[in-house]
Design a protein around this ligand. Structure first.
Ligand SMILES: [Zn+2]
Length: 790
């Protein structure tokens, strides 16, 4: 109580107006002045001893057709950190495949000497409840530095991102301009040169191997993140991967950046560069002041780059701000500035004539000027040099503004966290999570909340919420804490707005999926308590990690997991789930499937979610052997024989459409060729009704969830050989639990999971993704049971 009133008074005072320079000078104690010239100017860098990128890489970053593997880049950063008093390097841990995961911290030598002091000042602003006096808060605002994190190269085929951090770090280490001085004095930059070092090596190795061949410039025939491929940038709330964990644990949660800049590339046929503002919808729990910050900074960068003569810059297009999966910062007091530069053919140049630019893009037309695309690019040659120049100058422009507006960034950061700790009027008071639930799923939920900085406590006595009794030991998340928005977003259902291209017309597609409700995905109950809880709460708890038990009581079946060279992200997620739940498997490539005699080797074959044409046809012929071609008609015949011989074929989501065609199953997909305006659900959580007398649904409740994302919905054509395991509700109004769906009546009452008998075996068809992105623990048992069908 008392703390809250002190806080309010403090916040009121601080929000009343900026602290003037005069006040600052009279009241501030010892620490050095941050904004004006530092007490001691940075010593002039000894430019001769700072290694150039060429001296280590052997070329100038941006040279055509020049990429290097991760260890070479690490060598450069090591050499730079050794030579420059402005740069330090840290190894945060190891990647999935065992490479060093590194970060550089770049600032003035004076700031670097006092890093821990600045970390503590910033941590104070991140949690205003800790300030005993208003003066302590003012000191932190006055003396703090803008904390900026720049991350690059999470998507490894966006190869400019491998090299731009080299150029940026070298520039900050050597440049003597006033602008760079101001950056070094006012900003502490954490630069993560690659969020996916394994992928740097995978892509560079493949690129260097294929230079001068027909496959030059193609994507590698494997996922560029071992488990998640491109989905590695959809992991910022589930934290399934080690690279995500290292970044969150060692940087985001320690340094609480005001600004995160994530460097990406997009395709070649639109703008040369995208910068925020984002498109609507903005996820409603994001503090408005953060969106203001995104809009201001993105626009300022675009303005700055336009002033340098760069063309083809679009803002407020293509990318929305709906999901926490890509934007950890939006729930942790910071802004996320995404940049997307147009790609070339990896490191090979490409010609993009003006008339090949797409005429329609989300929010602008690349061939016409508009308020958010003021100066179209004229078309022509586009090279790696162009890419690294847009990326490096963009990042530098961001740092200029972060330095110049240091006080505004810190004050707004503090204001956002003050809002969060005070609580938002319309929000529930707390979420209550009963303690007696599935222990693995519960520990997954609590683990995510804790890693996201959410304070979790337990009730010390039993208590009532909306007439329901909860025992002592129930978990409680009070929504008045720094990262309340993170908790609320993940605990509540999403209501994605019904957005159309024109009234009554086709849906305006979201950039990614629309739902992220963890209690539904995990199968855990969490109850929103609207009013204050009258129960004493424990101190903060650290949830116990519970490892999953292997799903097989007896000997595991022999499992083959199909692995297309046209790498499917869901195949990686399936491997991740199998590895974590100790499900043994063998990866099956096309040649093995085509060769047949599969039942001699396997009891079960799993086809991960992948479009039928990719499974059938695979990669084009420009790839070298053994990569081109899919499983083809020989492989289809092998799979048919495998089932006839007594095997179980499990097809996930879109792969079910392949299985229906290839095995001529008596099943119809009612969504085949249905246009978006007649049915649409871009990644949503539906209610799923199960027949628990069927082996596949054994041990589950009769009602669960299904992750629906572009999958089929089934109509049974021969019920003598087909068992319906799961169905969507008959009542269309009951289908959607979280996300967005148009015309649910199209699938109401239709089958979602089928067991089709053929010969001596089974085909289990899923119209859902039962192991969606390593999150849908609620429906893992459906997959695990399917593996054990006899
Ligand atoms: Zn990307």
């Amino acid at each position: 109580m008392r703390r809250r009133s002190v806080l309010l008074a403090l916040a009121g005072m601080l929000l009343a107006g900026p602290v003037t320079a005069q006040q600052r000078r009279t009241r501030r104690p010892a620490p050095p002045a941050p904004t004006a010239a530092p007490r001691r100017p940075s010593p002039p860098p000894a430019a001769a001893v700072i290694p150039t990128p060429r001296s280590v890489l052997g070329f100038e970053p941006g040279d055509d057709r020049k990429l290097v593997e991760w260890p070479v880049l690490v060598r450069y950063f090591e050499a730079l950190a050794k030579a420059s008093p402005r740069v330090e390097m840290r190894e945060l841990g190891k990647t999935t495949l065992g490479a060093p995961f590194i970060a550089l911290v770049i600032s003035s030598p004076e700031n670097l000497r006092r890093l821990d002091y600045y970390r503590q000042l910033n941590a104070g602003l991140a949690d205003p409840r800790g300030f005993r006096t208003a003066r302590a808060a003012r000191d932190a605002l006055t003396n703090g530095r803008t904390i900026v994190v720049i991350t690059s190269s999470i998507h490894s085929t966006e190869v400019g991102g491998h090299l731009s951090p080299v150029l940026l770090a070298h520039r900050l280490a050597t440049d003597t301009s006033a602008a760079t001085r101001a950056i070094l004095d006012n900003v502490i930059l954490w630069l993560v040169p690659s969020l996916n070092p394994d992928g740097v090596t995978i892509v560079s190795k493949w690129y260097n191997r294929t230079i001068g061949t027909a496959a030059e410039g193609t994507a590698p025939p494997e996922l560029y993140h071992h488990y998640t491929g491109h989905d590695n940038n959809r992991d910022w709330y589930a934290f399934t991967q080690v690279e995500t964990q290292l970044t969150v644990d060692s940087i985001y949660n320690v340094w609480h950046p005001q600004i995160v800049h994530d460097i990406h590339q997009m395709d070649e046929n639109g703008a040369r560069l995208f910068l925020p503002p984002y498109l609507d919808p903005v996820e409603p729990n994001v503090d408005p002041l953060l969106i203001d910050g995104v809009n201001a900074l993105g626009s300022a960068m675009a303005w700055e780059l336009a002033g340098q003569g760069k063309t083809g810059i679009s803002i407020n297009s293509t990318y929305d701000a709906w999901t926490p999966a890509r934007a950890y910062q939006h729930y942790h007091g910071g802004v996320r500035i995404l940049s997307e530069t147009a790609s070339a053919n990896l490191a090979s140049p490409m010609d993009v004539p003006f008339d090949r630019l797409e005429a329609r893009e989300r929010g602008y037309n690349p061939r016409e000027r508009s308020w958010n695309f003021t100066n179209p690019w004229r078309g022509g040659r586009w090279t790696l040099r162009d890419i690294v120049s847009y990326q490096t100058d963009g990042a530098y422009a961001l740092l200029v503004h972060a330095a110049h507006d240091r006080e505004r960034w810190l004050t707004n950061f503090f204001t956002v966290e003050t809002h969060a700790t005070r609580g938002w009027r319309e929000w529930p008071y707390a979420y209550v999570i009963p303690a007696r639930q599935d222990s693995v799923a519960l520990s997954a939920l609590l683990g995510i909340l804790r890693r996201g900085g959410v304070e979790v406590r337990t009730a010390l006595q039993s208590f009532s919420v909306q007439g329901q009794r909860h025992g002592a030991g129930s978990y409680v998340v009070v929504l008045r804490q720094p990262y309340a928005a993170f908790a609320k977003t993940l605990l509540e259902p999403q209501h994605y707005p019904d957005r159309r291209i024109y009234p009554g017309g086709p849906p305006e597609k979201p950039y990614d999926v629309t739902a992220h409700t963890l209690p539904l995905l995990l199968g855990v109950t969490a109850i929103a308590a609207t009013d204050s809880l009258r129960v004493p709460l424990s101190a903060l708890i650290t949830p116990r990690a519970v490892s999953p038990a292997a799903p097989f009581a007896t000997e595991a079946p022999r499992i083959g997991l199909y692995k297309s060279y046209d790498a499917a992200i869901d195949e990686g997620w399936t491997r991740w789930v199998f590895d974590n739940w100790r499900v043994p498997y063998t990866s099956l490539v096309d040649s093995v499937v085509r060769a047949g005699k599969l039942h001699e080797q396997f009891d079960v074959i799993v086809l991960p979610d992948q479009p039928p044409t990719e499974i059938m046809d695979g990669l084009p012929r420009r790839y070298p052997a053994p990569y081109p071609g899919g499983i083809g008609s020989d492989g289809s015949e092998s799979l048919r024989q495998f089932v006839t011989d007594g095997g179980t074929l499990i097809a996930l989501n879109e792969a079910s459409r392949f299985a229906i065609q290839a095995l001529l199953l008596p099943v119809r997909n009612v969504l085949e060729a249905v246009p978006d305006e007649d049915f649409y659900a871009p990644g949503s959580i539906f209610r799923l009704e199960l027949d628990t007398t069927q082996a596949v649904a054994r041990g589950l409740r009769t009602e669960t969830v299904g992750w629906f994302q572009g999958g089929p919905a089934f109509e049974v054509l021969d019920s003598t050989v087909t068992h319906v395991i799961g169905r969507w509700p008959e009542d269309p109004a009951r289908v959607l639990l979280s996300g967005w769906v148009l015309h649910p009546e199209r699938i109401a009452g239709k089958a979602a999971i089928l067991d089709v008998q053929q010969g001596n075996g089974h085909v289990v068809l899923f119209g859902i993704r039962p192991q969606y992105r390593g999150q849908a623990i609620a429906t893992y048992p459906l997959l695990f049971n399917s593996l054990q069908l006899k």
